[in-house]
Design a protein around this ligand. Structure first.
Ligand code: SF4
Length: 479
């Protein structure tokens, strides 16, 4: 296996570069790293005399048959010279998977959410990342506009797959305007290159009413349908517009000046979906889903849950989502949640949580669905949970999903209530990386101000588990 040339990134726009690149966070039991005595806190410096740029580079280079691994431990350099089979389980995770920082986007999308958020939130939220490594590792969407030839070669040679691509429109002129970058018009050629290289990919269309839905959406789906099995799914999500974003609409010309030079006179009016427009998108999607089900075996084009919830339409059933290929992007998360409730209630014995109570806080959009689910939960378990849909005061009431509520919203909704019962919030509100809420407030701070426990939970079985501990109700065997 010959090393792949990875171009230095110092000239690239990057952010959040770790102070200690290559720092090992965990070492798995029964792994090669553990066998070698490598420890958490060690730092990988290079392999075969070459520095590494990220965790993917490590995974690739460390699978060679002859590996010279340089590791730094408390200021000393350790060298491991290894003859390997080429399919080793190294079992290490890194504190920061990208040793050179996070690649920043070169775009100016008129709907960019990062430009819509106020000051004082989690620092990482202001990072306008467009990094193909994060796309492969965590499912973040990338536009591919900041890739140079060395990046493309690396993706091909190291087979960095799957990738998640923000397409928005396959019409070159419209995509240039939607992404605010003259390079954005080549998206079909970029996707064809991924396909030729055997890279799997998912596509996303952020839909802006009256801009890239209707006939433009038909064209995008028709064009994307020309790709074979490397394209796994397409998602259509409605554009999000915060209170701050609406106030800044007048500045959009300045935000997307690059694209204005390319397409003089072209403006993208960004606004939220009205109910009748969202219903039209659902009907249009259903026609395509039927066609894709016939031709490809599954609906293939999935709408964001917001379309169903904002129109009061039932969310599709589990079979529709075909394995939930874009659940990280929130596609089908409502059905997934309802499935988890059904599954829990099938197992739970009646009245095992009698006398236990607390409050479930959620975004306003999911409020009616959450009330119905918690009503069934209470009916089965005997618990007395109530549900409070919380208005997003911080970002604006138009942002109504649970995951974008901040600590300030909880303080506004629950402050001064003198209620000591546990408050359950979605674990999607809490950063896995920093443990803080969207506005950088800690859970402990919210608990202190409200005078009640605040518990992040993935679903109602997490809530049940916590209630059991608090009320010392003995866990019951599944029915
Ligand atoms: S790609 Fe567009 S939406 Fe994403 S960070 Fe860049 S400007 Fe914002």
């Amino acid at each position: 296996m010959s090393p792949v040339a990875v171009s230095p990134l110092s000239h690239r726009r990057v952010d959040l570069a770790p102070s200690l690149p290559g720092l090992i966070e965990t070492v798995a039991p029964a792994s090669l790293a553990m066998e070698l005595g490598i420890e958490s806190g060690d730092r990988v410096v290079g392999i075969n005399g070459l520095p590494l740029v990220d965790a993917l580079d490590f995974q690739y280079q460390a699978q060679a048959e002859h590996v010279v691994l340089d590791v730094e431990r408390r200021g000393s350099l350790l060298r491991y010279e290894l003859e390997l089979d080429g399919d080793e389980f190294w079992g290490v995770t890194f504190a920061d998977p990208t040793f050179d920082g996070v690649r920043i986007c070169e775009n100016a999308c008129p709907f960019c959410f990062i430009k819509q958020i106020p000051k004082g939130m989690r620092r990482s939220l202001y990072v306008m990342d467009d990094d193909y490594r994060y796309s492969m590792l965590y499912g973040s969407f990338v536009t591919l506009t900041n890739l140079d030839e060395a990046d493309w070669r690396r993706i091909e040679d190291q087979h960095i797959s799957p990738l998640h691509v923000s397409v928005h429109s396959t019409d070159p002129e419209l995509r240039v305007a939607l992404v605010g970058n003259p390079k954005a018009g080549r998206v079909m050629a970029d996707l064809a290159r991924l396909e030729r290289a055997g890279i799997d990919f998912h596509a996303q269309l952020v839909l802006v009413p009256g801009v890239n839905d209707g006939p433009h959406l038909d064209r995008s789906l028709r064009d994307l349908a020309t790709f074979g099995s490397r394209l796994h799914s397409i998602a259509g999500v409605p554009v999000g517009l915060s209170r701050h974003g609406q106030a800044r609409q007048s500045k959009q010309l300045r935000l997307s000046r690059t694209c204005m030079r390319t397409l003089p006179g072209k403006t993208i009016p960004v606004r939220r979906y009205e109910r009748h427009e969202a219903l039209a998108v659902i009907s249009q999607a259903e026609r395509w889903q039927e066609r894709f089900a016939r031709e490809r075996g599954d609906p293939f084009f999935y709408l964001g849950d917001e379309f169903y919830l904002m129109t009061g339409s039932p969310v599709p059933d589990t079979a529709h989502y075909g394995g939930f290929p874009q659940i990280e992007d929130g596609i089908g998360i409502t059905r997934h949640f309802l499935d988890s409730v059904d599954s829990y209630l099938r197992r739970a014995k009646p009245n095992t949580l009698f006398g236990a109570d607390g409050t479930v806080a959620c975004g306003e959009l999911i409020g009616p669905t959450m009330r119905e689910a918690v009503g069934r939960f209470n009916g089965r378990t005997g618990a007395g949970l109530d549900v409070v849909p919380v208005e997003n005061v911080y970002l604006g009431a138009e942002i109504n999903v649970s995951g974008l509520l901040g600590g300030q919203d909880l303080l506004t909704a629950f402050g001064g209530r003198h209620d000591a019962r546990p408050l359950y919030i979605s674990d999607r509100m809490v950063s896995q990386r920093t443990g803080t809420l969207l506005d950088d407030m800690t859970i402990e701070k919210v608990e202190t101000v409200l005078g009640r426990p605040v518990v992040p939970a993935a679903d109602l079985s997490d809530v049940a588990r916590d209630l059991r501990v608090r009320t010392r109700v003995r866990p019951q065997a599944a029915a």
